[in-house]
Ligand binder design. Sequence first.
Ligand SMILES: *[C@@H]1O[C@H](CO)[C@@H](O)[C@H](O)[C@H]1NC(C)=O
Ligand SMILES: *[C@@H]1O[C@H](CO)[C@@H](O)[C@H](O)[C@H]1NC(C)=O
Ligand SMILES: *[C@@H]1O[C@H](CO)[C@@H](O)[C@H](O)[C@H]1NC(C)=O
Ligand SMILES: *[C@@H]1O[C@H](CO)[C@@H](O)[C@H](O)[C@H]1NC(C)=O
Ligand SMILES: *[C@@H]1O[C@H](CO)[C@@H](O)[C@H](O)[C@H]1NC(C)=O
Ligand SMILES: *[C@@H]1O[C@H](CO)[C@@H](O)[C@H](O)[C@H]1NC(C)=O
Ligand SMILES: *[C@@H]1O[C@H](CO)[C@@H](O)[C@H](O)[C@H]1NC(C)=O
Ligand SMILES: *[C@@H]1O[C@H](CO)[C@@H](O)[C@H](O)[C@H]1NC(C)=O
Length: 429
Amino acid sequence: MASQLHKTLLCATLLLLLLLLPRALLVKASLGSQGRALLHWKATLRSPQSLRSWNLNSSPCNWTGVTCNYPVTGRRRSVITEISLPRMGLAGPLDALDFSALGSLLRLNLSYNQLGGAIPPAISALSRLVSLDLTSNQFTSKIPVGMGSMKELRFLSLSQNQMVGTIPPSLNNLTGLMSLHLEDNKLVGVIPKELGRLHELMYLDIGVNRLSGSIPSSLGNLTKLYHLDLYQNQLTGVIPRELTNLVNLVYLSIADNTLTGGVLSSFGNLNICKSGVLQYLILSMNNFQGPIPITLKNCTTLERVRLEYNQLTGDVSQCLGVYPHLYYMDLSFNLLSGTVSPDWARWHNLTRLRISNNNITGVIPTEFGQLTKLQDLDLSSNYLQGEIPKSFGSLTLLYNLSLGNNQLVGHVPPEFGMLSNIPIFIIWI
Ligand SMILES: *[C@@H]1O[C@H](CO)[C@@H](O)[C@H](O)[C@H]1NC(C)=O
Ligand SMILES: *[C@@H]1O[C@H](CO)[C@@H](O)[C@H](O)[C@H]1NC(C)=O
Ligand SMILES: *[C@@H]1O[C@H](CO)[C@@H](O)[C@H](O)[C@H]1NC(C)=O
Ligand SMILES: *[C@@H]1O[C@H](CO)[C@@H](O)[C@H](O)[C@H]1NC(C)=O
Ligand SMILES: *[C@@H]1O[C@H](CO)[C@@H](O)[C@H](O)[C@H]1NC(C)=O
Ligand SMILES: *[C@@H]1O[C@H](CO)[C@@H](O)[C@H](O)[C@H]1NC(C)=O
Ligand SMILES: *[C@@H]1O[C@H](CO)[C@@H](O)[C@H](O)[C@H]1NC(C)=O
Ligand SMILES: *[C@@H]1O[C@H](CO)[C@@H](O)[C@H](O)[C@H]1NC(C)=O
């Protein structure tokens, strides 16, 4: 009876060993296959000196840029969870990397290298990846459609490459994405309206591409956005009024497109900074017409405002408010009228103001002498009259003053000798 029990126990133990052993080997082998995948890729790179530590004499967990961790099951076997090799001088392709061997990877950072060729569709095998940073390389392919299946992604940057083709609508499956950087590529086609489904998105930059069509109104659904940059594309049409739903927006740039219409005026009837957090408003170099939105007056959080090179109209002394944080305002090359308001002397942080090439009249207020941080003032090509106020003598940081092509009279006040910065550029025509 006892020996029967003994036999049964022995059998059970053997069975258990048989069951466990291959699993243990498998996990061990899997770290081996991860290492082999990385060595195989290294062999395809030019000048991989920075990866000297990547060799068979040590565990991949000890290699430069490689981080391992224990899998969630708690088994004390390591897997590679992170590869971080920014600015390592890596040059060569990515397609020799066997992504299917790296299924445990959570973070991959290969930014600021010279990796090129295609971003391989096989990259979507990294199904647990949370962060993918390929910023500033030389990738020239399309964005793989299959990347839409990398559902854990929170951060994705393909910016500063030469990516071609369109933005695949499949990216709308990345519903956890918080940060999407596609700027500075050669992407064409429209901004897919499906991006409006990325409800967690806080940062979206698709500037400096060749995107056309209109701004999808669905972007107004991205209410967590604080940074939206569509700068330098070929976008047309109007700013959708839905964008005013973006109540967390701190940074908005739509500059250098061909947006048109009485856009800004319809935008203006809504509250452009409803949230009270907008700091950067950059709409320059479009075809915006109509008045500067009256709602801008209450936007006291503004720091940088660029509306130059549009066809904006209206009285500047009426539509601008008091901006204690403002350091840069450019309204040049519009059709603005009215006078320079003494109230602007309360923009205490102002370093640069440009309103050249408008229809501004009246005199330069003597209060401008209070703008002690002012370095650069351009009021040229307007209809200003009177003299340069003597108070300008206290603008000790001013080094670039352009007042030419106005109807100013008199002489440069002797107080200007107090201006300490040289060279002073005074353009006086
Ligand atoms: C990593 O390297 C250190 C010394 O640099 C060594 O003590 C350790 O055993 C190595 N670990 C592995 C897993 O190779
Ligand atoms: C990748 O590395 C660069 C350089 O160290 C760093 O600035 C960047 O934040 C990293 N990317 C991510 C997603 O952490
Ligand atoms: C991703 O989204 C597209 C439509 O945009 C859909 O056809 C596809 O089935 C989705 N893929 C996955 C893996 O969810
Ligand atoms: C997103 O925005 C569009 C257009 O503004 C709207 O029709 C749609 O219902 C919104 N979808 C979601 C999921 O919020
Ligand atoms: C600006 O704010 C003041 C006080 O909060 C309010 O009375 C006024 O209507 C606002 N003006 C605009 C144009 O929103
Ligand atoms: C003024 O601008 C500087 C940067 O130019 C910034 O550090 C500072 O916080 C600003 N001050 C205010 C009151 O906004
Ligand atoms: C600007 O001023 C010029 C000359 O006085 C005038 O012909 C033009 O109609 C004005 N334009 C606007 C938009 O006020
Ligand atoms: C001075 O102002 C002019 C006109 O606004 C501008 O074109 C030029 O670049 C400025 N120069 C410097 C040195 O900032």
